[in-house]
Design a protein around this ligand. Structure first.
Ligand code: KIV
Ligand code: ZN
Length: 574
């Protein structure tokens, strides 16, 4: 094993990113009130990071998905990088696949030939953003490009000149078909000295001739996350307050997720003055990915802010995204993962069960009006995302009685008395421990049947008749006891007491009914129409109190079955 972690002092190898001198920072006091302008870079940053980049069909599917979700700015690729990238953009335009209110964006390095090709790829689009970038941080300037700060600015400014020149050479009618906009990214912004980032951004804006009516999108990326999100928020607030011509710029952010704080960076950046966020569905993108657009949108939703995009069918979004990227969405992915609304632990299940019941009652009382969501452990209603409640409670060896009681009620219409839940949970636990796996609702019901409904030994109920005589009921029942046919008869003020009386006479015992409850069952699962479920607890000085359950379309039969089940479970006459 590598002992570096035990022996090395990491401060010798790594330095903390310096704090930003911003004593009057205002972002900590701000709150989110509206969504940012969204840009999806699934087809560019997302695509370029895939093991198998999307083919044209997958790109079209992804583009259609993004449009359907409501994204209005979509980076469709790096058209100068390959023929397939170029062809895809042409396909979108020539086949009229881009709605009028959607802007496509194409990325290019600040090089004349690449810029010309990028402009060419987007000819005929109604709305297009040429996105030019160059790296600005000292590490990249010195190590990767060997350029001075002045030369780095020159690269950016020349890129803008090239874009202007490419547009200027277009025939007037071709130029006029498109609303052309500019985006500039100082790549590695989050590692760049702020005064230098300001200088290069302002030089770009000056060269473009940015005005409030012709804003430049300044996209400030955490190309690599190198600090805590508060540092990024400070960097954005610093740019927001110090930029010379702020109202001629749209400040965009493009957080990556190296430290796992891409979402925090984006949210704090908005508090700090950013107008726009670039990201990918489910956080796809280089290395640990771009910030997750789904995460950000539903975070806003959970705060009562409409994100302006539609995630009402999250499962379908996952399906298409997985198909296009060939990357699975993790089971614990915020808001979207298979398990994110699921509780296995007993105490969580119990709280959710109570919360869902209360929420339903409050909704009924509000006559269908939308009311505030207040359910423990579920920060939003899974139904908002098109998720059913089915996956909310799942049972394994960590679950107590709450979960299995919830499933038996939801799927089999059985509302078990509390003490009985303990008995069922004990039996279910044995199976959960044995298998070490999650148990399905059907498996739980099987355990329940085994433990209660199929307890026909030593006593088995066959049938019964009842007759009434002046307030007294006489019950005759055919049973089998230890396999032998037996006829019993007893009197009481009701069928139940008459049956217990008859059984006691036959067995020479002194059982009494300590608890009785019943309810109707309307269950799709059992395929039966109305049936009754009876729960009986029998007490006896010589035996432990035991619960039994009977289910039958005839309520009296159900109660007798419950008594038999309880006595068999008590260990009588074995
Ligand atoms: O992460 C990054 O800096 C980028 C730029 C090209 C915007 O993807
Ligand atoms: Zn990126």
């Amino acid at each position: 094993m590598n002992t570096t972690f035990q022996t090395m002092d990491p401060s010798k190898k790594y330095r903390p990113y310096p704090q930003i001198d911003l004593p009057n920072r205002s972002w900590p006091n701000n709150i989110l009130t509206k969504p940012p302008i969204w840009l999806s870079t699934d087809l560019r940053d997302g695509n370029q990071s895939l093991i198998d980049p999307m083919d044209i069909d997958k790109k079209v599917r992804m583009f259609e998905l993004l449009v359907q979700l409501g994204y209005k700015e979509i980076e469709v690729g790096f058209p100068s990088a390959s023929q397939i990238e170029f062809d895809f953009v042409r396909k979108l335009i020539e086949e009229n696949r881009i709605p009028d209110d959607v802007t496509i964006q194409g990325l290019t390095q600040a090089r004349t030939d690449l810029i010309n090709r990028t402009v060419e790829s987007m000819l005929g689009a109604k709305n297009a953003i040429v996105h030019v970038y160059n790296a600005t941080s000292p590490l990249f300037r010195e190590v990767v490009y060997n350029k001075t700060p002045e030369e780095t600015i020159e690269i950016a400014v020349n890129g803008i000149k090239d874009i202007k020149a490419a547009l200027a050479t277009l025939p007037t009618d071709v130029y006029a078909q498109t609303n052309w906009r500019l985006e500039y990214s100082p790549e590695t912004f989050s590692m760049t000295e702020l005064p230098f980032a300001k200088q290069i951004c302002e030089a770009v804006m000056d060269e473009w001739g940015a005005t409030p009516d012709n804003k430049v999108i300044l996209n400030l990326p955490t190309t690599i996350e190198v600090a805590t999100p508060n540092v990024f928020a400070d960097q954005i607030e610093w740019m927001h307050t110090n930029l010379k011509n702020r109202n001629a710029a749209i400040i965009s952010v493009h957080p990556h997720n190296d430290r796992g704080t891409g979402t925090a960076c984006a949210e704090l950046a908005i508090l700090a003055g950013a107008d726009r966020v670039e990201g990918c569905l489910f956080g796809n993108g280089e290395r640990t990915g771009n910030v997750c657009l789904v995460n950000l949108a539903i975070n806003l939703w959970s705060q009562g802010i409409h994100p302006g995009v539609d995630y009402s069918n999250i499962n379908e979004v996952i399906r298409i995204a997985e198909e296009c990227t060939q990357l699975p969405v993790g089971a614990r992915h915020p808001w979207a993962g298979e398990l994110v609304f699921t509780a296995f632990s007993g105490s969580h299940q119990d709280a959710i069960k109570k919360g869902l019941t209360r929420q339903k009652d409050r909704e009924t009382a509000a006559n269908g009006k939308t009311i505030a969501w207040e359910v423990p452990y579920l920060p939003i209603d899974p139904a908002d995302l098109g998720r059913s409640y089915e996956a909310v409670i799942r049972v394994n060896a960590q679950s107590g009685k709450g979960g299995m009681a919830y499933l038996l009620e939801r799927d089999y219409g059985l509302t078990l008395p509390r003490i009985l839940q303990v008995d069922v949970a004990r039996a279910v636990q044995v199976l959960a421990d044995e298998t070490g796996k999650e148990l399905s609702s059907e498996q739980i019901y099987e355990v329940f049947c085994e433990e209660f409904l199929n307890k026909t030994s030593p006593i088995e109920y066959i049938n019964h008749t009842i007759s009434h005589h002046t307030g007294v009921e006489t019950l005759r029942a055919q049973l089998k006891v230890n396999g032998e046919a037996v006829l019993i008869e007893g009197n009481g003020n009701g069928p139940l007491s008459a049956f217990v009386h008859a059984l006691n006479q036959k067995l020479g015992s002194k059982f009494s009914v300590a608890h009785y409850s019943e309810h109707d069952i309307h269950s799709d699962q059992t395929g039966e129409d109305a049936q009754a479920a009876c729960y009986v607890q029998v007490a006896h000085a010589d035996y432990a109190p035991a619960y039994g359950v009977g289910i039958h379309e005839n309520i009296v039969t159900a109660s007798l079955l419950a008594v038999v089940s309880a006595m068999n479970r008590s260990g009588v006459a074995q």
